[in-house]
Design a protein around this ligand. Sequence first.
Ligand SMILES: Cc1ncc(COP(=O)(O)O)c(C=O)c1O
Length: 401
Amino acid sequence: MNPDLRKLQTYPFEKLRQLMAGATPNPEFKPIRLYIGEPQHATPVFIKEALIAGLGGLASYPSTLGERALRQAIADWMQRRYALDGIDPDTEVLPVNGSREALFSFIQAVIDRHRGGVPLVVSPNPFYQIYEGGAYLAGADVRFLNSIRQNNFTFDYADLTDEEWQRVQLLIVCSPANPTGKVLDLDDWKQLFELSDRYGFIIASDECYSEIYFDESQPPIGGLQAAKRLGRSFERLIMLSSLSKRSNVPGMRSGFVAGDPAILKDYLLYRTYHGSAMSPAIQAASIAAWNDEAHVIDNRAQYRAKFAAITPLLENVLDTSMPDASFYLWAGVNKNSSISDAEFSRRLAIEYNVHVLPGSFLAREAHGANPGDGQVRIALVAPLADCLEAAERIQRFVTQL
Ligand SMILES: Cc1ncc(COP(=O)(O)O)c(C=O)c1O
């Protein structure tokens, strides 16, 4: 077997399952599950209809590059969303089966194991675990940039030595971030681009939460958009986007990668061998989804209502506040007690049947600390009434700690 498989960590949800082994959540309460970032708003009917109408395509093999109509719909969306004029759908856009497989396969495609020294992938910490697994299986090592509340979730690039930066081949950022909700601004991007210019690494910008924000007039800036604003090309830069959260279709497995055409050309070569062409029916449904914004605005309104109702309740008892974006509340549990995040999550589940994710499961010990320690991730994915009920139970739980 590939020995690097042994480096893969247990997935956070499996760690949660182990944490809860043998425990029985209080049956007096109905279970409320806020631990997984799976959208629970309804999938728009027109997307399902487009999927059904696209079933005729099943008789032939799809191409890895995807249909031009899909790449064009994505390029048009990027124009509307990011004011990115002139995106070339033939060379700058690649449909993928969700950003998860794309993140994983992209790392395999770009890491050069033969360049001298162990290659490094830089990841935020806490982070989406695929970054780490992708890096290990590509023969790279991971270096973390901690993201903590006391520093307003900003990175300290001095966490890596110059020798380490020299070996960095890929830096992954997530904006809006899972789990902190932090959005990178233009100054952050400027710093990242300067580092990429100095050390020659590629930046992969994971933007799967880009459409879950609260102020309709202030959508989060994207990586390619930042490059354009700063008068740069997309050299050494790609973004990953997804329909999963935007359109409530995590089961559809549909997203895209866009950016540096030279990188995408080789990534396409990799993907033809990987065998990851998108089903024609999913392509048809994806075109419909990218072409419509009304359902996304409605989706945001639902999250906005939940955050407006729940954040003030939880701010009273936990160390939390409105995130810049995303559907997560990242909350410190030590406002009035010294309970660990794992114990908090376990007892909350047992005593009140509310299920959240311990923050330490989403982060690694780095630079002397695990930035997830003492934090929990609360995904406001359930209906408003359930989120409210959960917030009330959390209030009761915390006051008795
Ligand atoms: C930060 C982050 N990136 C990527 C993904 C993958 O999403 P998908 O594969 O559905 O596009 C997720 C899913 O939860 C995520 O949280």
